[in-house]
Each structure stands twice: as structure tokens, then as C-alpha cells.
Design a protein around this ligand. Structure first.
Ligand SMILES: Cc1cc2nc3c(=O)[nH]c(=O)nc-3n(C[C@H](O)[C@H](O)[C@H](O)COP(=O)(O)OP(=O)(O)OC[C@H]3O[C@@H](n4cnc5c(N)ncnc54)[C@H](O)[C@@H]3O)c2cc1C
Length: 394
């Protein structure tokens, strides 16, 4: 549990750019340390967006450290997974695998949840007055005493510290490091959340449909919500002119798949479909400068293959809050934050990029992982290293 300490950094106002999962979790943690935290978000309102995704024990442990009791709320708005099911593209089960071992081994389960539902849980823990919607950050300048943060519409805010939690296309990162566009990884994703009565999965199951150069995740999200995520290897990406075309595109790609899988896409209203190229960025050697630092996708955007984007973001939040509580001096806090985070996230970013491409290869085509070879770890040891992460206590 995070509470105010005598040692904490002596600043008052902290600005966070981005009210995604990372920015909101960070606001909760830093408010508990006694800071005046203001969150600036470009969206005009919080709307039901995003897809379904998995919260793993390392991320859940962090959320529990930031806000004790929150995991029960998340379980209620998501689905605790007890079994994963491998299916062929006709929707027939090939193999099942118990996921209860997460709970047994790490003390927390795998929970699948709708991105928007988790955002709502986090929003409910931050006072409304501390979140400023319709604030698109376009850059910042800093001096010895503070940071001026600039938004479109000529808005400007001054704060003692700035945390960029504004995602893969972060304006804060761009101002800090000018590292340009994200890197397309050669695969496209289409996903949606729908409320439906489906027969493909039993309650508590997560499904993976494997096919050649394409696959689909099926996620129960609790309370009757269900998410499908279709991915295909596509060396050159494109964006459909509208979502009706995107839906037809997916249906034509899975025209040879079984009826129950096609029906899932058919019953999805076009406007609920998200079409997105899969991007990441190469790891950075530093995330901070002066009074400004980064977290989450702004710091270490990664391919989704290991489902660690959000989970490692919650690790960042715990480590950053710990450094704030531990060090009085800003540069000491940021240096230690980077020292505790960059090596770990670099490894996970690199392995995620490798694993992303492995998704589309047959067993024969896969070559041994360079990341695992360097670490001298088996895949199981690597998974264990990620999932057994323990957040620092304050
Ligand atoms: C709408 C949305 C839906 C998502 N859905 C999924 C999903 O279904 N599955 C999944 O695995 N991951 C999803 N992600 C990504 C996932 O949330 C992140 O990979 C991970 O949680 C890291 O979170 P983050 O807070 O660092 O970044 P993000 O979640 O990307 O949040 C960044 C936030 O900053 C805001 N922002 C961006 N630029 C600016 C700016 N210039 N000024 C002010 N605010 C800005 C964004 O609107 C967003 O709210 C989604 C992200 C978003 C924004």
C-alpha cells in the first residue's frame, strides 16, 4: 500500500499526460503519496472503446499494491480464466490447458477484461476534478523551477514534474527524444467487443484459433461480453476506408473458417470493430530528462505477443511511485526509476517482437530465440521471470 513518507520528492504539482490505464494508475499511486496530481487527456470523453485483453499476475500484483482491493473489482467486471483452449479454424477444440496454475504459483489468476471496463474502474478512483479531458498535449519546455506543458487550443499548464503516459505516439516522448514514427511489425489486427450468447467457449475459458499465417483470440470478458481478436501476417499494412469495409475484409479472410467463427464477426456491428497495424518501437537507453519522464507505452511500446504491454505499465507505476517515495531529489528518483525498469522492459520488448513473428511460423520455421539464448533461459523460465515480479513496498 502506498502512503506519504518523510523521504518523498519535495514537489507539489505533478502533471500526467494521458488518462489511459498507465496514466490513471499512476495518478492513483502518486495521489496516495500526497501529491497534487493532474491528468490531461486528449479524448473529449471516456467512451466504450478498446478490445479485450489479459491481466496477468505481475500486473495484478501491482494494481493490488497501488489500490488494495481493486483486484476484486476487476474480477467482477472481467472474467477469471480457468482454462485455455486451442482450436482449429473450424472452431473444433484440439487441446485444453489449465490456467489455474497462475493462481497456485503466483497467488493471482489470469483475468480477461474489456479495456474500457478497466479504464472505468481506474477512473472511479481518481477525483473528477483531477482529470482534464479535451487536452491534447503538443509539447513542453522546462526550466530550473518547473515544466510548461502546451496543449492545442493555446492551453498551457505549469507543473513541477511531467509524466508522459500518452501511449505509443507520445507527444512527450517526441519532445524529449524526437525518435519519429513507430515501427510496423508486419501484422494487422482487427478486434471487437460484443455482447452475445456464443457457443464457442464455456465460462472461464480463453480460446486461441490457429491457422496458417493468421490466428484469432476469443476472450470471455464477463457479464455477457465477448471479444474476438483476429490477426494476420501482412508485410505491407493498409487501413480500410471505413469500418464496413474492415468487417468485409475480415469476413473474406476467414471465409474458409467454420461457421461459428464467421458468425461472431457477422454479428459484430461494423462500428465496434477496431482495425490496427501492430507497432512497437526499439528500446530507449533513457526515459527522462530534467523534470520529465515516461511510463507505459510512451516509454516501452511492445508487440502484444506476450500480453505484457499493460502489465509492465503497472510495474512502471509501482517502481516510479517507489522512487518518488524513496528519494528527495528528482534526478536521483528518475535515475533509479530507469535503473530499475529499462533493462527489464528492454528484454520484454525484444522478446515480444520475436514472439510476434513466431505467431505466424510453423514449428519447423521457428528458429531459437536470440533473447532467450542471451539470457540462457528456457521459455518456461522466462515466463516465470516475468510473472513472478514483485512490486516494491513503500
Ligand atoms: C483507446 C485505447 C484502447 C486500447 N485497447 C487495447 C486493447 O484492447 N488491448 C490491449 O492489449 N491494449 C489496448 N490498448 C493499449 C494498452 O492500453 C497499452 O498498451 C497499455 O495499457 C499501456 O498503457 P498506456 O497508458 O501507457 O498507454 P495507452 O493505453 O495508449 O494510453 C495513452 C493515453 O494517452 C492519451 N493520449 C495520447 N496522446 C495524447 C496527447 N498528445 N495528449 C493527451 N493525451 C494523449 C490517449 O488518448 C490514451 O488515453 C488500448 C489503448 C487505448 C488508448
Amino acid at each position: 500500500m502506498y502512503t506519504n513518507t518523510q523521504e518523498a520528492i519535495q514537489v507539489n504539482k505533478i502533471a500526467i499526460v494521458g488518462a489511459g490505464l498507465g496514466g490513471l494508475a499512476c495518478a492513483i499511486a502518486l495521489r496516495k503519496l500526497g501529491y497534487d496530481v493532474q491528468v490531461y487527456e486528449k479524448a473529449k470523453d471516456f467512451r466504450p472503446v478498446g478490445g479485450g485483453f489479459g491481466l496477468l499476475p505481475n500486473g495484478l500484483k501491482c494494481l493490488d499494491a497501488i489500490e488494495p482491493g481493486i483486484v476484486s473489482l476487476i474480477k467482477n467486471s472481467g472474467c477469471e480464466v480457468s482454462q485455455s483452449v486451442l482450436k482449429n479454424n473450424q472452431g473444433e477444440t484440439i487441446r485444453t490447458n489449465k490456467t489455474a496454475r497462475y493462481q497456485d504459483k503466483y497467488g493471482l489468476p489470469l483475468i480477461t477484461v474489456w479495456w474500457w471496463h478497466l479504464q472505468q474502474v481506474l477512473v472511479s478512483k481518481v477525483p473528477e476534478n483531477n482529470i482534464h479531458l479535451n487536452h491534447r498535449c503538443i509539447g513542453f519546455t522546462q526550466d530550473d523551477n518547473g515544466v510548461d506543458i502546451y496543449f492545442d487550443d493555446d492551453k498551457k499548464v505549469r507543473a513541477d514534474l511531467l509524466i508522459g503516459a500518452d501511449g505509443i505516439n507520445s507527444a512527450v516522448r517526441e519532445t524529449l527524444f524526437k525518435d519519429g514514427k513507430a515501427r510496423y511489425l508486419g501484422s494487422m489486427s482487427w478486434r471487437a467487443v460484443i455482447k452475445c450468447d456464443q457457443q464457442l467457449l464455456n465460462p472461464g475459458e480463453l480460446g486461441v484459433v490457429r491457422s496458417s499465417r493468421e490466428f484469432m483470440f476469443l476472450l470471455n470478458l464477463g457479464n455477457g461480453y465477448f471479444s474476438w481478436l483476429y490477426r494476420q501476417l501482412l508485410p505491407n499494412f493498409f487501413l480500410s476506408p471505413n469500418l464496413d469495409v474492415a468487417k468485409s475484409e475480415v469476413l473474406s479472410k476467414i471465409a474458409h473458417w467454420g461457421k461459428p467463427l464467421q458468425q461472431l464477426v457477422e454479428m459484430t456491428p461494423s462500428e465496434r470493430i477496431l482495425e490496427a497495424p501492430i507497432y512497437d518501437r526499439p528500446p530507449l537507453d533513457t526515459w527522462s530528462n530534467g523534470r520529465v519522464t515516461l511510463l507505459g507505452d510512451a516509454a516501452h511500446p511492445m508487440a502484444p505477443a506476450l500480453a505484457q504491454g499493460t502489465n509492465t505499465t503497472f510495474e512502471d507505476v509501482c517502481e516510479l511511485a517507489w522512487c518518488f517515495a524513496q528519494y528527495k531529489n528528482i534526478s536521483e528518483a528518475f535515475n533509479n526509476y530507469e535503473r530499475r525498469r529499462i533493462d527489464r522492459t528492454r528484454i520484454i520488448q525484444n522478446r515480444s517482437a520475436e514472439a510476434e513473428m513466431d505467431n505466424y511460423k510453423t514449428q519447423e520455421e521457428k528458429s531459437p530465440s536470440l533473447v532467450l539464448q542471451q539470457l540462457q533461459m528456457s521459455n518456461e523460465e522466462f515466463q516465470d521471470w516475468i510473472l513472478s515480479y514483485q512490486p516494491p513496498t513503500i
